[in-house]
Unconditional design. Structure first.
Length: 233
C-alpha cells in the first residue's frame, strides 16, 4: 500500500507552497482547485506536455487519473501523487448535484470522496500520495473547540475522513511569520505515525516530510527523493 500524507489548513496557510521542492520528474499533481501553483516558473515544470499535471475536480476524473498512476506502465516513474484539494472535489460534486433533493445526494457525495481517500491508501508501495484539504473549526459536546478537515454535508462528517489517514498535518503560519506543519496536537486532529516525530511542529517542506516517512517506513529499502534543481531556500 502507498504512503499517505494529508495536509489541512486555511487558505493561504502554505499547503500548496509546501510542494515547491518536489521534482517534476517524479511528481504528478491533480489540481482539483484549478488554481495553478504558487511559485515562479511552475508552468514550465508542471503541464500537460510533461504529463505531470492535470486540472480535474470530479470524482470520476480524479479516480481515473489515480488508476492511471497506479497501473499504467507510462506512469510508474511517478513516486509522488498530489491531490490539491479534496475540497475541490467535494464542491464540484455538490455543484453537479445542486438540483437534487434528499438523503441519497449527500450519501453519494460522501462516498465519492471517501473512495478517493480509501483508494489512495491501497495504491502501489513505492508511491506517496499527498492530499490537501481545507480546515474548519468545530466544538464538541463539552464546548471544546478543535480544528478538523472541512467537509460538505453531515454525512461525510459522520464518516470521519481523519480515521482513514495515518499522517495528517495542520498547515499554519506561526507568530514569527514562518509557515509550519503541526504533526501532532491535543487541539486538532493532527497526527503522525508513532515515533515518526518527537516534536509538535516541522517546517513547511513536503519533500522533507515525504523522505522522513519513507525512511521511517522502509529504512534503506526505499531511496530518498532528490530535491528539484534550483529550489533552495
Amino acid at each position: 500500500m502507498a504512503s499517505v500524507i494529508a495536509v489541512y489548513g486555511e487558505s493561504g496557510s502554505g499547503k500548496t507552497t509546501s510542494l515547491r521542492k518536489l521534482d517534476p520528474s517524479y511528481t504528478f499533481i491533480i489540481d482539483a482547485d484549478e488554481k495553478g501553483l504558487p511559485w515562479k516558473g511552475w508552468r514550465g515544470q508542471f503541464n500537460a506536455k510533461n504529463k505531470n499535471y492535470i486540472k480535474a475536480n470530479t470524482q470520476a476524473l480524479v479516480y481515473q487519473c489515480m488508476k492511471q498512476i497506479e497501473t499504467n506502465p507510462d506512469y510508474q516513474h511517478v513516486k509522488v501523487l498530489v491531490i490539491d484539494t479534496l475540497n475541490g472535489i467535494m464542491v464540484e460534486e455538490e455543484r453537479a448535484h445542486k438540483d437534487e433533493k434528499g438523503y441519497d445526494k449527500w450519501s453519494d457525495l460522501a462516498w465519492n470522496v471517501w473512495e478517493v481517500v480509501e483508494y489512495a491508501n491501497m495504491m502501489r508501495d513505492d508511491l506517496t500520495v499527498v492530499m490537501m484539504a481545507h480546515a474548519q473549526v468545530e466544538s464538541d459536546d463539552s464546548g471544546n473547540r478543535f480544528i478538523r478537515i472541512k467537509t460538505s454535508g453531515r454525512k461525510l462528517s459522520k464518516l470521519t475522513l481523519e480515521s482513514k489517514l495515518q499522517n495528517l498535518y495542520y498547515s499554519f503560519r506561526d507568530e514569527d511569520g514562518n509557515y509550519q506543519f503541526r504533526v501532532k496536537s491535543k487541539n486538532d486532529v493532527s497526527k503522525c505515525s508513532h515515533g515518526l516525530y518527537d516534536c509538535e511542529t516541522v517546517p513547511n517542506d513536503m519533500l522533507a516530510c515525504i523522505n522522513k516517512l519513507r525512511e521511517f517506513e522502509w529504512g534503506d529499502e526505499m531511496p530518498q527523493l532528490p530535491e528539484k534543481e534550483g529550489s533552495g531556500e
